[in-house]
Design a protein around this ligand. Sequence first.
Ligand code: NAD
Ligand code: AHE
Ligand code: ZN
Length: 368
Amino acid sequence: MKTRAAVALGAGRPLEVMEVDLEGPRAGEVLVEIKATGVCHTDAFTLSGDDPEGAFPAILGHEGAGVVVETGPGVKGLEPGDHVIPLYTPECRECDFCLNPKTNLCQAIRETQGQGVMPDGSSRFSLDGKPLLHYMGCSTFSNYTVLPEIALAKVRKDAPFEKICYVGCGVTTGIGAVAFTMNVEAGATVAVFGLGGIGLNVVQGARMVGASRIIGVDLNPDREALGRQFGMTEFVNPSEVDDIVGHLVEITGGGVDYSFECIGNVNVMRQALECCHKGWGQSCIVGVAGAGKEISTRPFQLVTGRSWRGTAFGGARGRTDVPRIVDWYMDGRINIDDLITHTMPLDEINTAFDLMHAGESIRSVVLY
Ligand code: NAD
Ligand code: AHE
Ligand code: ZN
């Protein structure tokens, strides 16, 4: 079939909206009509050329929601008409990783996913007879896409696609980092570095679990109001203090219990670790840093009881947890609507990247 898609023909180039060819689902695969997709900073990161796994030409996008159109042979858990959210972290429920309660990183299809192809090693997308690569196993910047069944969470049919697409990455990553990965307890003090589409969800996750202080840190002063609306109790602009680490340690009487880096900046990752309390503070890396970047700190920081951790997809097991998070939204327990600051048709998808780089949007959502 033909489908409209925004194609990344090369690093650093705007996406080009065009008709591409899409082959139907093979064994274990599902054809999905994407109804809406968010644009995450990770899409911009890969498009910039900074992603070691970034390969072109490809169809980016990993934060979608849509409807099952057709199932391939052997698909048992989904049928046409089901509403689904694509999962860049699938859940096969059989691999060593899925069977280990310590991780959500299902590895069943990780290798081929990183290469931009389906589990059988081929692509379903092509242009003029030449293959186009998939991205993070999702490629939600295409109106129709094919995914393995294990990479689809079935969700309730009354949830609006244009909101719940955000659960496909940002909402789950931010709230999950707090609730699943770090297991933050009520009463804890929390610092959140970067109040964008991920960091604001960390803030609302921290509020949900009952954190006592939620300190937001961002260079963009416009982030303060929304941060407070989502539960942030204090805001610090690092450009207005001499030493951000010393300042945070001072105002918390020794450091925070938990910190989250939601930017992808290795210097800030160090600050996030070092503002943690001696003896027990834990820092979680959420941001994705570019190729060749490395983190550093004095080992003494860890010797004296701080821990450095990280999260992918908020530690969520997608097929199990994503439908629950959609329920939280439908029950009014989490706020998604106020974080979706812009919507646009596919033809205007490059505007979403411009708004993100200008610091004007939290989340842009493309409506098909
Ligand atoms: P975003 O662009 O919406 O937000 C980034 C925020 O950081 C902005 O508010 C910006 O003003 C702020 N910022 C930039 N530099 C700063 C600095 N030096 N100090 C303080 N604040 C600064 O991005 P996003 O969509 O929220 O994504 C954030 C990061 O999380 C990205 O690196 C993205 O790739 C990553 N991410 C990781 C996962 C995961 O599973 N680990 C999932 C989604 C996104
Ligand atoms: N491909 C990059 C790393 C990119 C990365 O860290 N991706 C996150 C999700 S970001 C979503 O917006 C992730 O889930 N990583 C775990 C995984 O298995 O990919 C690189 O550095 O090679
Ligand atoms: Zn993302």
